[in-house]
Ligand binder design. Structure first.
Ligand SMILES: [Zn+2]
Length: 331
């Protein structure tokens, strides 16, 4: 039965990709490469959803998508995975993106990961994929992914959007400089940057073309800088020479980081809810829980605990003693 279904799907593919494989860019062999491609998309907001939508429609059959965040009404103008009513619901972005992919093509394999991205899990997320297509909106998460992709020897197609402007570049060991050569991660990044909806779609399309060029061995190392309003696209050549960056992996059971002025603790522990529910943590009470998050009230500190074991100090400073008590309860 399964064989018959897959035969039907293959015949259907010929019809679906008829116009695509008649272009000057994608022949049948390249279509086959696209079909076999396993893609990681970290970040399922506007950019990640637009990239996922294009890749599925072009024939990609495996996507791993990752996000910890929830949809908000302000996501609606830019995000192809969201109808207006969906943008009002308190749904994880990764679930909204997965629903979109399943609606677009039920034969696509989707590996949805609800959680934060850090050096704790970046290696695991990269495992088994051929390429990373950026859907992130901050340089810290990008640097975690970029380092592991570099270490694994797979290309990372970086895309940044802001207002009417966008950047696209590729990091590929042996061909381009690494992420750390191009970007220095600021101590603090601002959230909620302004973005014009068409910028997302032009940027996503440019990123997917970069991927097609990689598949054709036709990518010339460059940083593309575009402006959708003026229509300009500048290509700044990059050289792989001179990369002296150390690519160190982080060891240890947890790391404390700063994300947009708030303390975040990434841990190696997942499924921490039941442990926390039954633990008595000095000075802390369980204030809320749903399937995805639980909120602990610890004096002046409000701490959101995510299902993947990430702790976010929503308010307060969360001193080292409190963090040690929480880690003690979940390890
Ligand atoms: Zn470098």
């Amino acid at each position: 039965m399964l064989t018959r279904v897959s035969m039907v799907v293959e015949e259907l593919d010929e019809a679906i990709f008829d116009r695509q494989t008649r272009t000057s860019i994608i022949n049948n062999d390249l279509q086959d490469s696209i079909r076999r491609l396993r893609v990681l998309i970290p970040g399922c907001g506007a950019l990640g959803s637009a990239v996922a939508s294009l890749l599925v429609r072009m024939g990609v059959r495996f996507l791993r998508i990752v996000d910890y965040d929830f949809v908000e009404p302000s996501n609606y103008p830019r995000t192809s995975s969201l109808g207006l009513l969906e943008s009002l619901g308190n749904t994880p972005k990764v679930i909204a993106c997965e629903s979109m992919i399943r609606r677009l093509n039920p034969y696509v394999e989707v590996d949805s990961v609800y959680g934060w991205i850090s050096s704790m899990n970046a290696k695991e997320l990269i495992d088994g994929v051929d390429v990373v297509m950026d859907g992130l909106d901050n340089l810290k998460a990008r640097s975690f992914i970029a380092r592991e992709a570099w270490a694994a020897g797979i290309p990372y197609v970086y895309t940044g959007v802001s207002d009417r402007y966008y950047n696209v570049t590729v990091f590929k060991p042996g061909y381009t400089p690494c992420f750390d050569c191009i970007f220095s991660v600021p101590r603090e990044e601002k959230g909620g940057i302004p973005v014009l909806a068409p910028t997302v779609y032009v940027a996503a399309s440019t990123a997917v073309i970069a991927l097609v060029k990689l598949l054709r061995n036709d990518w010339k190392p460059a940083l593309l800088v575009g402006d959708v309003y003026s229509g300009s696209l500048e290509s700044i050549p990059l050289s792989k020479e001179g990369c002296r960056c150390k690519q160190e992996s982080v060891s240890g059971e947890y790391i404390v980081d700063d994300v947009r002025g708030r303390k975040v603790v990434y841990t190696r522990y997942s499924s921490v809810f039941s442990k926390l529910e039954h633990a008595s943590i000095e000075g802390c009470n369980l204030a809320y829980r749903d399937a995805w998050r639980m909120i602990l009230s610890c004096g002046r500190n409000i701490i959101t605990v995510y299902r993947d074991g990430t702790l976010l100090c929503s308010t307060g400073k969360c001193d080292d003693a409190l963090i040690s008590r929480l880690i003690g309860a979940i390890e």
